[in-house]
Design a protein around this ligand. Structure first.
Ligand code: CA
Length: 227
């Protein structure tokens, strides 16, 4: 990409030089104008691509979603973003795939044939598989959110959702990975240690139920964002 950027920039420079030395700067001929604008567009696209390439690391993503339209859209979008997507339309099959290969993130629908999303994530965690899970819940289904987090999901997204939001959430939860998962979260006097699942406030241990802990962890991980 760097080489292509350099070549495009050189072409622009040469063309500008030729135009300037031929004394037609004020009104460059139409073909030159077109070529220049094509080169500028190419330069901008290459620059954008190189920025995306650096900031978006390609991820291996498992999508378990039985609604074909959504599954296809997700697979296409993830592919366009440079990720690898494996799609399954069945909970039981999705669980088997998740356990047999390594994924960076799992996008998991709740209502699935074979096995529902809550059971899938619960069985994953029982098998000591800590792959981050983004659960797709029905709109406004607060009970789904709580059940999902209780089962061991890391984040949730209510349907229907804008694709940009899904991509942002995937980037956020994949960054947590396995290692950062054990890093302590600290906001003000509150300190949360995911490794030991303990919470302290100003050094004092705070006893929380598993659900309270999970909610607090979710809120702290999403600091400054409405969840
Ligand atoms: Ca479904």
């Amino acid at each position: 990409i760097k080489t292509k950027l350099a070549i495009t920039a050189s072409k622009i420079a040469v063309l500008c030089f030729i135009t300037a030395s031929s004394g037609t700067v004020a009104t460059p001929p139409e073909p030159v104008k077109r070529e220049l604008s094509r080169l500028f567009r190419r330069f901008a696209n290459l620059a954008r691509y190189s920025i995306n390439f650096v900031t978006l690391v390609s991820m291996q993503i498992l999508v378990v979603e039985d609604e074909k339209r959504i599954a296809d859209l997700l697979a296409r979008t993830l592919h366009e973003e440079g990720h690898q997507a494996v799609v399954s339309g069945n909970g039981r099959e999705g669980l088997a795939i998740a356990l047999s290969s390594r994924f960076d993130v799992i996008v998991l629908d709740v209502m699935l044939p074979g096995m529902d999303g809550f059971s899938v994530v619960r069985k994953l965690r029982e098998s000591r598989n800590q792959t981050p899970v983004l659960m797709l819940t029905a709109r406004d289904a607060a009970a789904d959110v709580v059940s999902g987090l209780d089962s061991g999901a890391d984040d949730y997204l209510a349907k229907p959702f804008p694709l940009e939001v899904l991509l942002a959430r995937l980037r956020a939860i994949s960054r947590r990975g396995d290692a950062p998962r054990s890093a302590c979260l600290e906001i003000g006097a509150v300190k949360l240690d995911p490794a030991s699942r303990s919470v302290t406030r100003a050094g004092e241990v705070v006893n929380l139920t598993p659900r309270e802990y999970k909610l607090l962890e979710l809120l702290m991980r999403n600091r400054g964002r409405a969840v």
